[in-house]
Design a protein around this ligand. Structure first.
Ligand code: GDP
Length: 300
């Protein structure tokens, strides 16, 4: 019953988001604690308004397909308050200390193989230029000017490592999609960032930032598809959710819905997603908690 209430409170109609071509191999299962089954549910049972007449097994299937259920949580034990507000993320027993007490810049690396070589887990932050990445990092760590990534097109792009609480890294990756960047610079970005994703064993998850104030962008969808195809665990972090005025004709909730709608054509299981605003602080604590459970599970 509690679950059914949660379904009605979801404002965005979600469908599973693992690429259909994707094969869930051992590494992915380990790195991405998302053990949701891939069972398909009918379009009608995906509609929150129809949930009241559903059997428990239908409800369970629905929950499995739209919620991010971490290890240690049984679907039958789910309660409404285990789902983080403004997200599809269930909080489980691995969630723990999440606040950032100290952060120090460690290094900028031009190549994946130059990144720090200790075994600390890391969470990388990625998004289109101007998506709000620097603002989000500064909001998470509650400091100004922590994110150092160059914003100038064509300038050397670096992987920036920040050590948090002496135990894990936030990794600020170069933004993609500069309007004015040359083809050569685009290729460089691709090669070096892809090298990072494919070779970085300590990468727990990528936060893929999506600007909720604009309609879905092809470049973001391409990036999500590429990460999915390569078994890189990701969380969609919708930014600028405070911008209630229509930008290019749509509000954030409409843009988010449209994004989900498009991406579901390529994916089977929905990765975690969360709404944020660096201006109002929306989703900050929730995102930190989600990051803590991913990290702690990885770290055990
Ligand atoms: P980056 O290029 O991805 O690092 O983006 P920035 O953090 O520099 O932000 C780009 C622009 O979006 C700036 O003008 C920010 O003030 C604005 N911005 C970033 N986050 C938010 C947000 O949560 N809400 C609003 N309204 N504006 C934001």
């Amino acid at each position: 019953m509690v679950l059914l209430l949660r379904y009605r409170s979801l404002t965005i109609n979600l469908t599973p988001l693992i690429p259909k071509s994707h094969k869930f191999h051992t590494l992915q299962s380990f790195r991405n604690p998302n053990f949701i089954s891939t069972s398909k549910i009918s379009a009608s049972s995906n509609n929150p308004t129809t949930t009241t007449n559903r059997s428990i097994s239908d409800a369970a299937k629905f929950a499995k397909s739209v919620l991010f259920i971490p290890p240690g949580v049984e679907i039958e034990e789910l309660t409404d308050d285990m789902v983080l507000p403004g997200s599809n993320i269930v909080i489980g027993p691995f969630a723990g200390h999440s606040q950032i007490k100290e952060v120090e810049f460690v290094k900028s690396s031009a190549r994946a193989r130059d990144c720090p070589k200790d075994d600390r887990p890391e969470i990388a932050i990625l998004g289109r230029s101007n998506v709000g990445k620097s603002s989000l990092i500064n909001c998470l760590v509650r400091k100004k000017e922590v994110a150092l990534t160059s914003k100038k097109p064509g300038k050397t792009q670096l992987i920036n490592h920040f050590l948090v609480n002496k135990s894990w890294y936030i990794v600020d990756l170069p933004g993609y999609g500069f309007a004015k960047v040359s083809d050569a610079a685009k290729t460089d970005w691709s090669a070096f960032t892809k090298g990072y994703f494919l070779n970085r064993d300590t990468l727990v998850c990528v936060l893929l930032l999506i600007d909720a104030s604009v309609p879905p962008q092809k470049i973001d969808l391409d990036c999500a598809n590429w990460l999915g195809r390569n078994n890189v665990p990701m969380t969609f972090v919708f930014t600028k959710c405070d911008k209630m005025k229509a930008a290019k004709g749509k509000r954030p909730d409409e843009n988010i819905k449209a994004f989900q709608q498009i991406i579901r054509e390529n994916f089977k299981i929905h990765p975690p997603w969360i709404l944020t605003s660096s201006v109002s602080g929306l989703g900050r604590d929730e995102l930190l908690l989600h990051m803590s459970q991913l990290r702690n599970y990885w770290d055990q």
